[in-house]
Design a protein around this ligand. Structure first.
Ligand SMILES: C[S@@+](CC[C@H](N)C(=O)[O-])C[C@H]1O[C@@H](n2cnc3c(N)ncnc32)[C@H](O)[C@@H]1O
Length: 230
């Protein structure tokens, strides 16, 4: 699946900022209150403080970035879609936000800057093989400040795929799409895979549930990554 083509296509045809970043649940846009729940959950899990410098990787059109901005010192949003970054700059800029086009696989342009907290929300599924996931985590670690943490939020969870693909035909479709790499959702990550990546990079990887009020809590989990030693 070419994810850049997919996201450029969606952002070029959708005017609505929620739809531009796929914030639809069962074909309905999620509402403002749900977005606020998501922000609160991110703040709690990342223990955001007003002194934090934050990197929001795969920030999309900056909708969520701009809602997190009031709770930190500064936040930088990176996305590989030029159209989404253009929208972020024109519609979701605040005094402490900064947006730039960039590919999560190569954060060399950010170095030597370091971030206290790194967020990759609703996007880890696009790093759709074990090696690709590992590569993006390696890149994030290269710009993570000592004592910092990374939140991979809203990660489709392999053990929970049956909560999303409920019927037998849907389950067959899931396995077929998984096998052929055609799943539009992206990769459903296994806990074991995250454990292996964490062990390779000397990290702890805490698998966290989401409040039930979040739209995808039935089949997604979050991972909080921290270095064991800085
Ligand atoms: C579902 S949207 C999520 C946007 C935002 N994080 C949110 O939660 O609203 C996924 C985003 O990931 C971006 N993306 C996917 N792969 C990327 C990559 N390799 N580098 C940078 N951005 C990427 C897409 O362009 C898209 O904006």
């Amino acid at each position: 699946m070419n994810w850049l083509t997919l996201w450029e296509g969606i952002s070029a045809t959708e005017e609505d900022p929620l739809k531009q970043v796929g914030r639809v649940s069962r074909e309905k846009k999620i509402d403002e209150a749900v977005l606020q729940f998501i922000v609160t959950d991110i703040r709690n899990k990342l223990r955001l403080t007003e002194t934090d410098s934050v990197l929001d990787l795969c920030c999309g059109n900056g909708l969520l970035t701009s809602m997190i901005a009031p709770y930190c010192n500064k936040i930088k949003g990176i996305d590989f879609s030029e159209t989404l970054i253009k929208t972020a700059k024109s519609r979701f800029s605040l005094p402490n936000t900064d947006y730039a086009v960039g590919d999560a696989y190569d954060l060399s342009g950010l170095r030597p800057e370091k971030y206290d907290k790194i967020l990759l929300y609703f996007s880890f599924q696009y790093f759709d093989t074990f090696e690709k996931g590992k590569k993006v985590i390696r890149e994030m670690l290269s710009v993570l400040a000592p004592g910092g943490m990374i939140l991979l939020g809203d990660v489709p969870d392999y053990a929970l795929y049956g909560n999303h693909y409920r019927t037998i035909p849907q389950k067959i479709r899931f396995h077929y799409e998984n096998f052929t790499g055609k799943n539009r959702i992206g990769k459903f990550w296994k806990e074991k895979e995250m454990e292996l990546i964490a062990a390779d990079f000397n990290l702890t990887a805490e698998r966290l549930t989401q409040p039930e009020s979040l739209p995808y809590s039935h089949y997604r989990r979050d991972y909080l990554l921290k270095r064991i030693k800085d």
